[in-house]
Ligand binder design. Structure first.
Ligand SMILES: O=C(O)CCC(=O)C(=O)O
Ligand SMILES: [Fe+2]
Length: 307
């Protein structure tokens, strides 16, 4: 594997700590980007009910554990210069909390201003051009350290606090991402950000989140509990870890390779049924959410809700 070159400017830790966001345009070489894309392509099968493969949710296509398919992307997010930046930001060792691939497969309505709860530091590595037409995330500089309690809208979301849009002026105090393939965007999960509506699908990115090691309980298990294998004796390990397994049946669907889900013989018709059932579930969630917002607005207009 070729050595990956990434020169992160000095003073980036200071800028990230102060602003909560950092844009590094076209940082990763086109060679590395092309390798990542070709590694992902082999994995790019839409399976409706398989969290290990790729999956489609609303306007996005996801691969939940990129470590399974892209060695190059793994080496990029674990590159010394990015780890130094994350370590410097946390003031302690950073660990990789989640590691995904996302592709926007449809035009998108706006994601309103919000803060994603949690202590993490998010990194987006754009695999193609990013601008307003393909979806440019915007940020309010410095809002990662502000108390947003009074700005929050009273909807209950597990991972997200939506905030009152009228209180944030992205045109005057915002940073908006733009750049060619290989642009790297780093931001605090807590920072107020939004994504204006865009018309061109196709934006592809590596989406990783670092956490401080002291919060490693929040991390996805990228090894799928294969940590247990590390505890085995050498003799035991030799029975489960060996060369040549790539030719056999795997848990994951890669290219033409046989996956263990194939042995369940799930017919295309049944997969479509699963998809339809899932769609009904998602629609009913949206309807419930929509009525909650309508009710909130009505109460708000009568002045019963304090913002
Ligand atoms: O996709 C983006 O540009 C931002 C998405 C976002 O903020 C989120 O999903 O929480
Ligand atoms: Fe977000």
């Amino acid at each position: 594997m070729k050595r990956i070159k990434m020169n992160i400017p000095t003073l980036s830790v200071e800028a990230l700590t102060r602003d909560g966001v950092l844009v590094l345009p076209s940082l990763l070489s086109s060679g590395a980007i092309e390798t990542i894309k070709s590694e992902i392509e082999k994995f790019d099968h839409i399976t409706f009910n398989d969290r290990i493969g790729s999956l489609v949710i609303s306007e996005n296509k996801w691969i939940d554990n990129l470590a399974l398919c892209s060695e190059t992307a793994t080496n990029v997010v674990l590159h010394r210069s990015l780890l130094n930046l994350a370590d410097g930001y946390f003031g302690q060792k950073a660990v990789l909390g989640s590691f995904r691939y996302q592709k926007k497969i449809k035009p998108h309505k706006a994601i309103p201003p919000h803060s994603d709860k949690g202590p993490g530091l998010v990194i987006f590595i754009f695999l193609n051009r990013v601008d307003r037409s393909t979806g440019a995330t915007r940020f309010i500089k410095g809002s990662h350290v502000e108390d947003i309690e009074k700005m929050k809208l009273p909807f209950r979301h597990v991972d997200t606090d939506y905030v009152r849009p009228d209180l944030y002026d992205f045109d005057s105090f915002g940073v908006e991402v733009a750049g060619g393939a290989g642009t790297i965007l780093i931001f605090s999960q807590k920072i107020i950000h939004d994504l204006p509506a865009f018309i061109r699908p196709g934006r592809e990115l590596v989406w990783a989140t670092y956490y401080p090691q002291s919060d490693s309980s929040l991390c996805d298990d990228l090894l799928f509990n294969r940590n247990a294998l590390m505890m085995l004796s050498e003799e035991q390990r030799s029975r489960v870890l060996f060369q040549g397994v790539a030719k056999g049946v795997t848990f994951t669907k890669m290219g033409e390779k046989t996956s263990i889900t194939d042995s369940y013989n799930i017919s295309t018709l049944r997969r479509i049924f699963y998809l339809a059932r899932y769609a009904v579930f998602m629609i009913s969630n949206r309807v419930t959410e929509f009525w909650a917002i309508v009710r909130y607005r009505q109460r708000g207009m009568r002045g019963n809700v304090e913002l």
